[in-house]
Design a protein around this ligand. Structure first.
Ligand code: SAH
Length: 206
């Protein structure tokens, strides 16, 4: 137990009321020490359900958004998952708690380095590299599922090509206004079905 255990339990209750995320996802969120992922001056806000600035004009995603996306992705233990936009590494930590092996690509070298060090020190085995997420991370492909934590005009071909047929990709899509889409990848990297999970606001893909 750390000093934030009560705050985490309260966050879990709020997310249970606000989202339809499964208990499995809520349990994973309750296990991740979000206060380790936010800048020091923000530690007291770590368990509020909102995004926070993390430097380089980027943010840590709001917990309800992480809950909704993890719920749609629903990784099984041992699944290989591609993340575009590591940021501080929080979402990747939640996916790791769900049993996924995450390969994450981050555009900003400073964020990639900091996230990699942080995840290591917390015992989360996540592969992080600096790069342009449009290209995915071919060396670890194929992925059982993939997600973007930055908004793209459309889901990059590199990400679709590296996700196995039948796998799910979850992403905020759109230029001005964005929708959170979940799609199933077809043979040949096309899209089979697509569900719309409503309007969202993510930082744009750089
Ligand atoms: N996953 C984070 C949220 C990250 S915010 C969390 O756990 O809270 C979105 C991230 O996407 C930012 O860190 C930003 O630098 C990164 N990003 C933007 N464009 C990118 C690109 N083309 N390739 C990879 N990462 C990108």
């Amino acid at each position: 137990m750390d000093e934030f255990a009560t705050a985490r339990a309260r966050l879990r209750e709020r997310l249970a009321a606000r989202t339809d995320a499964s208990d499995r996802v809520l349990d994973a969120i309750e296990r991740v020490p979000r206060h380790e992922f936010v800048p020091d001056p923000r530690v007291n806000e770590a368990y509020a359900d909102r995004p926070l600035p993390i430097g380089d004009d980027q943010t840590i995603s709001a917990p309800h958004m992480v809950a909704v996306m993890c719920d749609r992705l629903a990784p099984e233990s041992g699944d290989a998952v591609l993340e575009i936009g590591t940021g501080c590494g929080y979402h990747a930590a939640v996916m790791t708690e769900l049993g996924a092996t995450v390969s994450s690509v981050e555009y900003h070298g400073s964020l990639a380095d900091a996230a990699s060090t942080r995840l290591d020190s917390l015992g989360y085995d996540v592969h992080v590299r600096q790069g342009d997420g449009r290209e995915g991370w071919p060396e670890h492909a194929p992925y059982d599922s993939a997600y973007l934590t930055c908004a793209a005009p459309e889901i990059p071909d590199g990400v679709l090509d590296q996700t196995r047929p039948g796998g799910t990709v979850v992403a905020p899509v759109g230029r001005g206004s964005q929708r959170l889409l979940a799609v199933t990848v077809d043979e040949g990297g096309g899209i089979r079905d697509r569900t719309d999970h409503g309007g969202v606001r993510f930082v744009p893909l750089l």
